[in-house]
Every structure is written in structure tokens, then in C-alpha cells.
Unconditional design. Structure first.
Lengths: 113, 113
């Protein structure tokens, strides 16, 4: 039982480059989400999904796209990376409709130069 | 929307002493309060949670208390050990959906051997 798997763990991008952060879970969780963590800012929600084919914006969605074609996978795409997107990104999943905590991945540390 | 304040931002204790982290929330609709522990270089991990129909919950050396009238909840760690050193996050969630979860800004706990 792997839980939530994020790849890559580290990434350096040049301004303007694009990339996809991968997230996969094997717990059959309906709810999946992406957070970014910046010093002093806590965890901020980027995008979330309540099931395959359904996505919505969170608190800080600009510059990011998501899709949810399967229950297991929830990739996050940076279309044109900017230095302001330098952060640690976490994917999290949980059951929808019930009060349970999240299972987080181990994170992707992204640096945009 | 919900606002969660967490104090203190840093906390140093001697090994064996107790540590207390406090959070306040603003939305009376919040009824689920999880706590997460984040070790260096890892994703947050759920360590304990409490629902609004319970005033206190304990799991070995960790306990959480909830005062719904005052809208605050606290994490108590007794007999602290060096491995308790980490960043701790509180969160508040209404039953309306996970996208409405709000995290505190975190407390960095250092346990001095």
C-alpha cells in the first residue's frame, strides 16, 4: 500500500518552461488536491477534485492546470513557470463526504530560476 | 470564510516536558479538527483529530481538546521526546466539503535533549 506518490521530488525549471507534477494514490480516495507550501504562509490550496472528471479551483489557481481522468491520478501542470512558483508542492487525498484527515504525498520541491 | 490562527509559531521544550499548541477558528460551521505533524523533508502526517461532538481525545502521549463555545482547540504532547521535533499544523473543516479546510500557519516544535 503506497499511499500518495509524488514525482519528481526535486525540480529546477527556467522561467517560461512547462512541466507536470505527478500524483497518484492507491487508496481509492475520491478527493484529491494540490497545495503549495511557502515559508510563513502555511498550506494554500491550488486545485482540487472530488472525483474523476471533476476539478475546481482553490485559493491560488493562477498559472496551474489540473485534470482528473482516473480516480488514481491527479497531475498538476505548470504552463509557463515563473519565479513566484518556487515552492514545495504537496498532493493530498481523502474520502469525499466523510470527515477524515488527508493523506499527503512527500512533496515536490520546485525552483524556478 | 474560515480563519485559523495558530500559536506559538515556535516552541522549545526540554525533553520530558509537556508542549501545548493552540488554535482558534472563526467559522462556527467547522466541526472537524485534525492535527498534522510534518518532519523535515516530508509531507504532513495526520496524528490525531477531533470532531465537534467530543471535548477531548487522547492517543498515548498526544491529546487534543476542543472548546466549541470559545472556538479554540489545542494539541497537548506529554513526556516529549527528541523525535517529537517537527512542525505541527492544525486545521478546521466544515462538513460541507474538503475544499473548505483551512490550515493554521504551523508551529515548529524543538525538543532539547
Amino acid at each position: 500500500n503506497a499511499g500518495v506518490t509524488q514525482t519528481p521530488k526535486f525540480q529546477v525549471l527556467k522561467t517560461g518552461q512547462s512541466m507536470t507534477l505527478q500524483c497518484a494514490q492507491d487508496m481509492n480516495h475520491e478527493y484529491m488536491s494540490w497545495y503549495r507550501q511557502d515559508p510563513g504562509m502555511g498550506l494554500r490550496l491550488i486545485h482540487y477534485s472530488v472525483g474523476a472528471g471533476i476539478t475546481d479551483q482553490g485559493e491560488v489557481p493562477n498559472g496551474y492546470n489540473v485534470s482528473r481522468s482516473t480516480t488514481e491520478d491527479f497531475p498538476l501542470r505548470l504552463l509557463s513557470a515563473a519565479p513566484s512558483q518556487t515552492s514545495v508542492y504537496f498532493c493530498a487525498s481523502s474520502y469525499q463526504g466523510r470527515l477524515y484527515g488527508y493523506t499527503f504525498g512527500s512533496g515536490t520541491r520546485l525552483t524556478v530560476v | 470564510g474560515e480563519n485559523v490562527e495558530q500559536h506559538p509559531s515556535t516552541l522549545s521544550v526540554q525533553e520530558g516536558d509537556s508542549a501545548v499548541i493552540k488554535c482558534t477558528y472563526s467559522d462556527s460551521a467547522s466541526n472537524y479538527f485534525p492535527w498534522y505533524k510534518q518532519e523535515l523533508g516530508k509531507g504532513p502526517q495526520l496524528i490525531i483529530d477531533i470532531r465537534s461532538n467530543v471535548g477531548e481525545k487522547k492517543d498515548q502521549r498526544i491529546a487534543v481538546t476542543l472548546n466549541k463555545t470559545a472556538k479554540h482547540f489545542s494539541l497537548h504532547i506529554t513526556e516529549t521526546q527528541p523525535e517529537d521535533s517537527a512542525v505541527y499544523f492544525c486545521a478546521a473543516m466544515p462538513s460541507g466539503g474538503y475544499q473548505k479546510v483551512t490550515f493554521g500557519t504551523g508551529t515548529k516544535l524543538q525538543v532539547i535533549p
